[in-house]
Every structure is written in structure tokens, then in C-alpha cells.
Design a protein around this ligand. Structure first.
Ligand code: MLT
Length: 400
């Protein structure tokens, strides 16, 4: 894909010589038109009687640009819906490759009366081809934090929410296998390849990040699939946006809040992370998160899980521990989940959230079913991926 090169002119700069904000916006806009000029033509919207009206803009300024600087603009499509699409643009300075700014623009296509209309097919195809070129992992900024998000496939949306201290790779098998569904698997703030701010971790914020992510992707309704802490976040999401949830899968999680003893353990683990780093946390957790069958017979999985946990930023570990310590009890909401088709999955060797707890949770949710995955611990998606994916597929296929 050819990047667009644009030069910064003196009249676009402020009294100190920096490219000013208004000019940044117009350069981003010019880069988009240039992209169309080199593709389906700048008159594509006129031709189809639609106009892309910008609805939301998020710009992050990373470094100053000065007169004479040549900026290289790359642009990806991060979502195409029926009437809306989102583009992400990144500007680097050619001379030293410095990252100058990143921006996301959400557009809705409207007709001359201002009513939403379908995104022109030609444009959709042009952008979809660019998206395929760009790969499937995107960076999207929500609530001021840049998240790494894998988005794959078309169809009704499934949102995968990983646990602690993991990342989206726990869903690799499921994301690859669920054809016919739009699979959205983010790294939560503080984990994987997402930004890890020092502050701002609680269940409300994790859930708000996900809601904002869905908005950005133009997705209204989802099936939530949450593992462990991902389940705690799913409960929080349901508290705020229940009407967006068309199905729920809870893996190796619990509805109860932490006990007083559990809260003390969170603080002790946070101290370990601060003083000894993520590797020490990973070593302590490994024997708990994997089942005895995996620990004894699946060395490659053991190493993958160890490496994933050890790579988690300390800020994200400490933040997640505080968020889990302070989360509310979600058991009172379980009977209210009647009407949301729910599947509970648990590994039969899970000692963090054992099968008895999963069974009690499934019993408390009207109509929920339970699948126990054999020879798996707390991470059945990685320990027994085929069986877990099959259970998930059977549930999704049966959704109304
Ligand atoms: C997780 O897997 O997300 C955590 O182990 C959950 C917890 O510690 O409560």
C-alpha cells in the first residue's frame, strides 16, 4: 500500500513554528483524499450520491512537526459497517521516522437529506482490500488508551475478554475457528500489546474500554465471552450495557467478590510485582492456572503461558490486582440474566475457580448450561482448545 507524503508549509504553523492543530486536521483530511485519488477516485462519493459525514475524531499528538518536514501518512480501515466506517491514520516524519500523530475518524455515510445510507460498495471493497493488506491486528484508541485488537471475519459479533495476567492470545484457536462470526479480541489495557498506563484500572474502566471499542467498530450487539477476570468484566459490562448483550459465555470465572483473605493476597501479589517484576508473578501463578494434566504433559503450552504472563507490564498487573480486589459481588445479578442465553465452561482441573463454583453459578442463571472440559485447568482455551472451541461453536450455533 502506497503511503501518502505531504509537506508542512510555514503558513500551517504557529508563532513558535510548530504545525498547529487545525493544520494537522487538514493534513489528515488531505491524506485521505489523496488515498482515494490513487484508488477509486476522489469523486467516489459524488458518484454514489452519498457523503461520509465525520461523527467522531480522536487525535493523539506525539511530536511536533515544522515547516519543510515531509510527513508520511499511512491509513488503515479499522471497521466497515453498513452505514459507517472508521479509519485510523498515522503520520511519521520521513527524515527520522519519528511518530508525529495518530488519529481515528468515525464516519457515517449520509444522503443529501442527511439520512444514513449504505457505505458505497466500491469504497467498501477498496478499503477491505487495504484492510487485508494491513493484517488483522489493529491499534484503536479508547478512553485515551491505545489497545491492540484482533478483528477477524464477518457476521454477528463475539467479543473475547481475556483474564489476568494474560492477553488476547489465549483465544488464538477460538478466534481462528469461529467462521461466520465477527471475532473481536482485544488486549485489555495494561496487558499484551496494549498501553499500560500507571493509573485508571477498575472494572468500570475495563468495561467502558470495551463499550467504546465496540462503538468505534460500529458494533451494537455482541456475544460476550469472558475468561476469569474477563468474566468479572463481562458482569460489569452487563451492569451498564445489558441491552447490547445477545449471549454470554463465562469460562473459569466466578460471580462472588474477593474474600477478606483474597483481598490481602491481591495486595501481596501487587507487592511481589512491584518488587520482583512480572517474572516472579508468572512463576507463582503457573502451577495454579494450568491443570495437572497440562503441567505434566504439555511443555509447549506451559512455556507459552509462562512467557505470556512474564511479558505483562507491571503497571497492568498491579492495576488488575486492585481492580479484582475492589470488584463488587455479582451473585445478586445472576437471576436477572434470564433472557440472555448463557453458557458456563470450566476445566475439570481448575483450582482457581473450581467446577463446583461454576456449577453453582450456572444453576443460579436461569436457563444456563454448563460444559466441563476434561483435563484442563483455569485456561481451557489453551489447554484443550479443540474441545473448548467445539463447546463455544455449539452454543453460538444454537443462539436465536
Ligand atoms: C484470572 O485468571 O483472570 C484470575 O486468576 C482471576 C482471579 O485471580 O480472580
Amino acid at each position: 500500500m502506497t503511503p501518502i507524503l505531504l509537506t508542512v508549509y510555514p503558513d500551517e504553523c504557529d508563532a513558535f513554528g510548530h504545525l498547529n492543530q487545525a493544520s494537522f486536521l487538514s493534513l489528515f483530511e488531505r491524506a485521505r483524499w489523496e488515498m482515494l485519488r490513487a484508488g477509486p477516485g476522489m469523486d467516489i462519493f459524488d458518484r454514489t450520491g452519498t457523503w461520509p459525514a465525520v461523527r467522531k475524531t480522536v487525535i493523539e499528538y506525539h511530536a511536533s512537526a515544522f515547516p519543510g518536514d515531509v510527513l508520511r501518512f499511512a491509513q488503515d480501515l479499522t471497521h466497515v459497517g453498513r452505514t459507517s466506517f472508521t479509519t485510523r491514520q498515522v503520520a511519521h516524519r520521513v527524515r527520522d521516522d519519528a511518530l508525529i500523530a495518530t488519529a481515528e475518524f468515525l464516519f457515517v455515510c449520509v444522503n443529501r437529506q442527511g439520512r444514513p445510507v449504505s457505505v458505497p460498495r466500491e469504497f467498501h471493497e477498496f478499503m477491505a482490500a487495504r484492510r487485508r493488506d494491513a493484517g488483522e491486528v489493529q491499534r484503536l484508541t479508547v478512553n485515551g488508551v491505545s489497545l491492540a485488537v484482533e478483528v477477524r471475519g464477518d457476521g454477528p459479533a463475539v467479543l473475547f475478554i481475556h483474564g489476568y495476567p494474560f492477553d488476547r492470545s489465549i483465544w488464538t484457536h477460538q478466534v481462528a475457528a469461529l467462521d461466520g462470526w465477527s471475532r473481536i479480541a482485544p488486549d485489555l489495557r495494561g496487558m499484551g500489546q496494549s498501553d499500560a498506563p500507571d493509573l485508571g484500572y477498575n472494572m468500570e474502566t475495563y468495561a467502558a474500554d470495551l463499550a467504546a471499542l465496540l462503538d468505534l467498530l460500529g458494533v451494537d450487539e455482541v456475544v460476550l465471552v469472558g475468561l476469569s477476570m474477563g468474566g468479572y468484566i463481562a458482569f460489569e459490562f452487563l451492569r451498564c450495557w445489558k441491552d447490547r448483550v445477545r449471549g454470554l459465555v463465562l469460562l473459569d470465572t466466578r460471580a462472588e467478590a474477593d474474600t477478606p483473605e483474597g483481598k490481602k493476597n491481591r495486595d501481596a501479589a501487587a507487592a511481589t510485582a512491584r518488587e520482583q517484576g512480572a517474572e516472579a508473578v508468572a512463576e507463582a501463578m503457573l502451577p495454579k492456572v494450568l491443570g495437572r494434566s497440562t503441567l505434566a504433559g504439555e511443555p509447549a503450552t506451559v512455556e507459552r503461558v509462562r512467557a505470556m504472563m512474564a511479558a505483562t507490564p507491571v503497571a497492568g498487573i498491579v492495576g488488575a490486582l486492585g481492580a479484582m480486589r475492589d470488584r463488587p459481588d455479582s451473585t445478586p445479578m445472576l437471576p436477572d440474566l434470564a433472557g440472555i442465553p448463557t453458557l458456563v465452561i470450566v476445566g475439570d482441573e481448575d483450582e482457581v475457580t473450581p467446577p463446583a463454583q461454576a456449577r453453582a453459578m450456572a444453576d443460579a442463571i436461569p436457563g444456563a448450561s454448563l460444559v466441563v472440559i476434561r483435563s484442563a485447568g483455569h485456561l481451557p482455551t489453551m489447554e484443550r482448545p479443540v474441545e473448548t472451541t467445539d463447546a463455544l461453536l455449539a452454543f453460538l450455533d444454537g443462539l436465536p
